[in-house]
Design a protein around this ligand. Structure first.
Ligand SMILES: NC(=O)c1ccc[n+]([C@@H]2O[C@H](COP(=O)([O-])OP(=O)(O)OC[C@H]3O[C@@H](n4cnc5c(N)ncnc54)[C@H](OP(=O)(O)O)[C@@H]3O)[C@@H](O)[C@H]2O)c1
Length: 308
């Protein structure tokens, strides 16, 4: 956005990272960058007051609700620690809503003042996820929080279209980042630069989210994956749920490997996992031998085994 000449307000948790990025953007793109370091998981009134103060005198046309947290590793819902559960809901939902309540009126005001002379429109982008698109066992709280954003963002889109503000939910599969803990990019897993480039190029287009109002799946490989799932089994189907469960269970096993106290538990899970996967494979090959199933199986193997 700085490259396109936007002045920016960056809000996140770590002051040092913000300062480094501020300097880089100001030096490279000659825009004004304001920063604010707050821990939004604390859910304090003073955090929101600081945002209000910082933005009080600024004309604002774009809000990007990017902040998000997932589970540290896939975990059964019944074993999810209360702090993790509360942080996910506070960061992904409460903070996103409260920040939008502060910034959206400023966008309405700015667009009203500028729209007549320059045709300016406002834009509110919110990061959704495949976790919200498809119910995701072992990431249940994260999945629910992102699914919440789908309905909320779409509803807001309906309310703000009369004010010349486009509200869009962005759906993404994995991207390399500290949250996903994936370092190596691949055809299916872009790096953040590739993802942001495709997002900014796609504003106003649905790409992989053809059937969803005010929603886009901008990265091409994610769009194809979404298309295959929605047009074959459907996002709420049992088979997609089972495959997703087995995928996240295998991630959990790999994460637990690092904890010696969980070694015994892990061995039992591995046996179950092998039996479960073999069962699915046999079922697919013997009883459902259609091109869609074979294609899905191949994509599943490629996507889920390749990055690790
Ligand atoms: N990566 C993926 O595979 C993926 C897939 C689908 C959707 N998404 C969504 O994309 C968005 C960005 O994810 P990401 O992978 O880029 O995550 P990330 O690397 O962890 O970055 C998250 C950003 O949010 C800030 N942040 C996190 N917790 C915060 C808190 N408590 N208070 C203030 N700021 C906080 C971080 O600041 P600090 O760096 O200072 O901590 C960082 O700038 C999220 O909404 C996520 O759900 C990601």
């Amino acid at each position: 956005m700085a490259k396109r000449g936007f002045n920016l307000v960056l809000i996140s948790r770590t002051q040092s990272k913000l300062e480094a990025l501020q300097k880089e953007l100001e030096d490279q793109h000659h825009v004004v960058v304001k920063i604010l370091a707050i821990d939004i998981a604390e859910d304090k009134e003073s955090n929101y007051e600081s945002i209000k103060e910082l933005c009080a005198q600024l004309p604002i046309t774009v809000l990007v609700n990017n902040v998000g947290q997932s589970h540290s590793i896939p975990v059964p819902f019944l074993e999810t620690e209360e702090k993790e559960l509360r942080d996910i809901i506070t960061i992904n939902n409460t903070a996103t809503l409260l920040i939008t309540q502060i910034i959206a009126p400023k966008i309405v005001e700015t667009v009203k003042a500028e729209n007549k002379k320059s045709g300016t429109r406002g834009l509110i982008l919110t990061m959704g996820s495949f976790g919200g698109l498809i119910p995701t066992p072992l990431l249940a709280t994260y999945s629910g929080s992102k699914s919440f954003l789908q309905s909320w963002s779409n509803s807001l889109a309906g309310e703000l279209s009369k004010d010349a503000i486009d509200v869009e939910l962005i759906i993404s599969y994995l991207v390399t980042s500290s949250m996903s803990k994936i370092r190596r990019s691949s055809l299916m897993i872009p790096n953040p630069q590739q993802f942001v480039k495709s997002t900014l190029r796609s504003v106003g287009r649905r790409c992989g989210s053809q059937e969803r109002y005010a929603t886009m799946t901008p990265y091409w490989a994610h769009a194809v994956y979404q298309f295959v799932i929605t047009e074959t089994f459907g996002v709420y189907s049992k088979i997609v749920n089972s495959i997703n469960y087995s995928f996240h269970k295998s991630i959990r096993i790999r994460a637990l490997k690092k904890r010696p106290q969980d070694r015994l538990k892990r061995n039992r899970i591995i046996v179950l996992e092998i039996v479960f996967i073999q069962y699915i494979y046999i079922y697919i090959y013997i009883y459902k031998k259609s091109m869609a199933y074979v294609l899905y199986l191949l994509m599943y193997q490629y996507i889920h085994i390749w990055p690790y």
